[in-house]
Design a protein around this ligand. Structure first.
Ligand code: UDP
Ligand code: MG
Length: 204
C-alpha cells in the first residue's frame, strides 16, 4: 500500500458547505448519514463551516465527534465556492458528492448518483425540472446567461444544474488542479470534461 492509498481508503465523501445553517443542520446531517450508511461501507461527511455567525460551527463540531464526520472551519465567510473547494481538497473518497446544507437537495438522490457512477459516469449532477417558483425575469435571465456561456465554447454548462453532484476522484483531482482563485464552479465542472450524466429532480 502506498502512502497515497493509505490516505484514500474511503468509498465516498460528502461535502457540505454551511453558512448560518444552525436552525436546520443537525437533523439534515443525520438524514445524510442514514442515507449513506446503507450506501457504502466507508464514507465521510465533511461539513465546511464558512464563517457562520450563528451556532453552526458549535453544532457541527459536536456532530464531528462521531467518526464518520469531519469538520472544517474557514476563518471567515469566503463564499460557497471557496467552502466547496476546501471540502473537496480534504475529501478522501474515491467518489465525492457535494450537497447544500439548506435542505434544497434531497439526499435520497445520492443513491441514484452512485448507480450512474457504477455504470461508468465520471460526473453525475442533479438537474431541476421545475423553476415555476422563480420569477419569469429570473428564468429569462438564466436562459440568456447559459446561451452566452455556451455560445463559444467546446464544453457546455448544463442549465438548471447546480453544485449538487457526484464526482469521480479523477474529476475531483482535475478540479483541484485548476489555479483559479475566484471560482465559478458550475463553469469549471464542465471545463474539466469527463463523462457526465444528469439526474432530474423536482425541488419541494
Ligand atoms: N453557503 C456557504 N457560504 C456562503 C453562502 C452559502 O457555505 O457564503 C452554503 C449554504 O449554507 C448552503 C449552500 O452554500 O449550504 C448554498 O447556499 P444558498 O442556499 O445561499 O445558495 P443557493 O441555494 O442560492 O445556491
Ligand atoms: Mg439554497
Amino acid at each position: 500500500m502506498t502512502q497515497e492509498d493509505f490516505y484514500r481508503v474511503l468509498d465516498l465523501s460528502v461535502v457540505i458547505p454551511a453558512h448560518n445553517e444552525a436552525s436546520r443542520i443537525l437533523p439534515y446531517l443525520r438524514a445524510i448519514r442514514d442515507t449513506l450508511s446503507v450506501q457504502s461501507r466507508s464514507y465521510e461527511i465533511i461539513v465546511v463551516d464558512d464563517g457562520s455567525r450563528d451556532e453552526t460551527a458549535a453544532l457541527a463540531v459536536r456532530q464531528a465527534a462521531q467518526p464518520e464526520f469531519v469538520f472544517l472551519q474557514l476563518s471567515r465567510n469566503f463564499g460557497k465556492e471557496a467552502a466547496l473547494t476546501a471540502g473537496l481538497a480534504a475529501a478522501r473518497g474515491e467518489v465525492v458528492v457535494m450537497i447544500d446544507a439548506d435542505l434544497q437537495h434531497p439526499p435520497e438522490l445520492i443513491s441514484e448518483f452512485v448507480r450512474h457512477w457504477r455504470a461508468g459516469a465520471d460526473m453525475v449532477y442533479a438537474q431541476r425540472v421545475d423553476r415555476t417558483a422563480e420569477s419569469r425575469v429570473k428564468r429569462l435571465g438564466t436562459r440568456w446567461f447559459y446561451r452566452l456561456m455556451n455560445g463559444a465554447h467546446r464544453f457546455a454548462v448544463p442549465p438548471d444544474a447546480g453544485d449538487f453532484r457526484l464526482m469521480d476522484r479523477a474529476a475531483v483531482d482535475a478540479l483541484l488542479a485548476l489555479p483559479e482563485r475566484n471560482r465559478f464552479m458550475k463553469g469549471l465542472y464542465a471545463w474539466v470534461g469527463f463523462e457526465a450524466v444528469s439526474v432530474p429532480y423536482t425541488p419541494d
